[in-house]
Design a protein around this ligand. Sequence first.
Ligand SMILES: Nc1ncnc2c1ncn2[C@@H]1O[C@H](COP(=O)(O)OP(=O)(O)OP(=O)(O)O)[C@@H](O)[C@H]1O
Ligand SMILES: [Mg+2]
Length: 352
Amino acid sequence: METLGIDIGFGFTKATDGKQDLIFKSVLGEATDIQFRDEMITVEDDGVNHLQVEVDGKAYFVGELAERQSNVRFFTLDQAQFIGKFAKVFALAATAQMVKGFVPVNLVTGLPIGSYRQYKDELAKLLVGEHKVTLINGDGKREEKSISINKVRVVPQPFGSLFNLMLNDLGEMGDKRLVKEKIGIIDVGFRTSDYTISDKMRYSERGSRTTDSGIARAFNVIATKLRENSGINVELYRLYEAIDRGNIKIRGKEYDLSSLTEQVFSQLATSIANEVDRLWVDDWDIDAMVITGGGGAVLAKYLKPLLNGVVMTTDPELDMRLYNVHGYRKFGQHLWARGNTPPQAPAAPKTD
Ligand SMILES: Nc1ncnc2c1ncn2[C@@H]1O[C@H](COP(=O)(O)OP(=O)(O)OP(=O)(O)O)[C@@H](O)[C@H]1O
Ligand SMILES: [Mg+2]
């Protein structure tokens, strides 16, 4: 039995089986017939997959392919719509790429704190069971997959990051300190910011909340400015690279984004720090805070100096968008696969 972690975010869908990671934008598009499939000149692999799937008899382009090629694109920041129309396609598109043959899988996935209670059963029900999914590659070759999802566990999203810090790859308790401490987690995503507290591994309702302080809020301000200046409505999910680079070219004209970005990111970080202060006002005994999520990576330099407390350092090598999903998979190992994994050679002792 394989254990997969899948994090279906408003910005990106992330998946891992512990060996390979997968990330694509949470954008769906109508599948169109691309009549000229070959690249005109072979360029180096730009990392963009041809991700085309058929689920429940409907054909979709998914992620970057939808963004580039679909005439009609669907993208939502509404939770009910996201669960109703998108989540299943994203989860199955990810699973179909991860699983080989007919191996049944167990899934761990998550929901924002604020929608956890309302949607957790619905999400699990959407995913569990048998699914026929067809993957169509860049050459038009079809591969039918029978996906059998055995068990699904839904957790509050930011707990993924906590499990990731706490458990090792086999799902065993690695960092025992975290189990005994009070940890505050700040997960800044594309649409939402999720806050939660783990107090000696117990979930604190009082310290947990979802707000709209995601990166999209900052992107919105930048998109509005661009619309005023250029007349073009740039979709939010097309802004990341430009903002990262500091400029964008629209109809041949370059717009500088760096100073506006500085300003809106530091404003967003201030709102997040204020939300943390208010939410955790009675939790002055927090031992450490963790900043996570892809938005966390982007905002960390603005946010860290504003937080009143110790901020844990996280592995700078790993793409922070993947923190939750890695934790989901480890938690799945913890729940279902402990003891079934062949023992590994002990790690070489550290010499320094
Ligand atoms: N390499 C990268 N490519 C694209 N975005 C990145 C990258 N690194 C960090 N980011 C940031 O990550 C953000 C998305 O983070 P993340 O994947 O955690 O959100 P999400 O889980 O999809 O959203 P939500 O939690 O609101 O559902 C983007 O808005 C962007 O600012
Ligand atoms: Mg997220």
